[in-house]
Design a protein around this ligand. Sequence first.
Ligand code: HEM
Ligand code: NAG
Ligand code: NAG
Ligand code: NAG
Ligand code: NAG
Ligand code: NAG
Ligand code: NAG
Ligand code: NAG
Length: 324
Amino acid sequence: MAFAFFSLNVELCILAFVVCSSAQLSPTFYQNTCPNVSSIVGQVLQQALQKDSRMAASLIHLFFHDCFVNGCDGSVLLSNSANFTGEQTNTSSLRGFGVVDDMKAAVENECSATVSCADILAIAAERSVSMSGGPSWNVQLGRRDSTTANATLVKTAFASPTDSLSTIITKFQKLGFSVTDVVALSGAHTIGRARCQTFSSRLYNFSGTAKPDPTLNSCYLSTLQSACPQNGNMSSITSFDPGTPNTFDNNYFINLQNNMGLLQSDQELLSTTGASTIFTVNEFSNSQANFFSNFSNSMIKMGNISPLTGTRGEIRLNCWKVNG
Ligand code: HEM
Ligand SMILES: *[C@@H]1O[C@H](CO)[C@@H](O)[C@H](O)[C@H]1NC(C)=O
Ligand SMILES: *[C@@H]1O[C@H](CO)[C@@H](O)[C@H](O)[C@H]1NC(C)=O
Ligand SMILES: *[C@@H]1O[C@H](CO)[C@@H](O)[C@H](O)[C@H]1NC(C)=O
Ligand SMILES: *[C@@H]1O[C@H](CO)[C@@H](O)[C@H](O)[C@H]1NC(C)=O
Ligand SMILES: *[C@@H]1O[C@H](CO)[C@@H](O)[C@H](O)[C@H]1NC(C)=O
Ligand SMILES: *[C@@H]1O[C@H](CO)[C@@H](O)[C@H](O)[C@H]1NC(C)=O
Ligand SMILES: *[C@@H]1O[C@H](CO)[C@@H](O)[C@H](O)[C@H]1NC(C)=O
């Protein structure tokens, strides 16, 4: 009797192991079905970057927005449908959808109905970092695509650039990230652009004081005020890192040390009195290697946010819509 129980337990454990291991992401997921997927995506990106140097940043941003809303499931790519409102509704900061389509088309051409849109985003983010001078990492693969999206979740998923540091840390911690992850991932703002509307309150009327944010470097303040006049075009864009706007390096952290963080949420990492993030900002500004290895780890962690695996979800044929 005891033996029978023991045997049953062993079988249950083996079953659980099989079920769980089939639900794991793996860097070799497409080894037999689409071995060249990473270079196919990389080649499309390379062409896109020749036309638009901002595209690497836009694809990293897109992956972040996919993962933070219900996990990395390609949901950010879905447009409105009869069954749901897309996550792009009321956000105008996301771009790069056409390039993702080109990547998907190139991948479908070589391995049809095999690679999810969610995995294409994960690969595109890694290639974007690497091709901009940043680190490479082994991208975990095997995600499947959602058959739905939830636009109302978008409002709560993301921190606002004017949130306090503690609010930002809390939002990240709810998804399993550490304070070090928050600092490392914020370093993605070493490339890309932001619209005036995301930081102009710092330039003229910070927290209702009718004065600029006192943490802003005064020379940088004048530069930003010329780029974003008080009643000017709030959709004009400014580089996060004025020195090397398209290079993935640790200048983001050096900028923070010079009080040249673009968003309030950037500068807060260093300028909040007593903050738990200060040590790490200084570490990363002293060592690009430390930044790169921590960033790679944090990106892998981001890519692990509740993926759909096994038989859940689907391999979407068109990233914009659920299979018919
Ligand atoms: C810590 C909380 C964060 C806040 C408050 C924040 C906020 C922002 C804002 C306001 C913009 C400008 C968007 C616009 O103009 O509409 C932006 C752009 C960007 N963000 Fe973040 N972000 C955060 C974290 C992240 C993370 C975790 C990543 C990726 C790892 C990331 C990557 C980017 C990139 C690459 C851009 C530039 C996109 C482009 O040029 O198209 N951000 N972010
Ligand atoms: C893999 O893809 C790249 C880029 O599209 C191409 O140059 C290379 O020849 C491909 N290799 C194989 C083995 O298909
Ligand atoms: C909406 O959902 C139903 C049930 O899942 C499905 O049959 C239908 O095709 C979906 N419609 C669209 C436009 O995706
Ligand atoms: C979207 O998410 C919100 C908040 O979790 C939930 O209340 C709502 O039911 C979800 N909507 C859909 C269509 O899944
Ligand atoms: C988008 O904005 C409009 C106007 O403010 C609002 O009525 C609508 O509910 C918003 N939709 C979503 C999905 O947030
Ligand atoms: C600054 O913002 C506050 C509210 O946030 C507002 O009451 C005040 O009028 C603004 N001051 C100026 C000079 O725009
Ligand atoms: C505002 O700036 C954006 C981005 O540069 C541009 O597309 C748009 O046409 C501008 N709008 C106006 C009214 O000038
Ligand atoms: C992350 O950076 C810290 C320094 O802030 C360093 O000690 C640590 O080794 C790095 N961790 C990883 C996993 O690279």
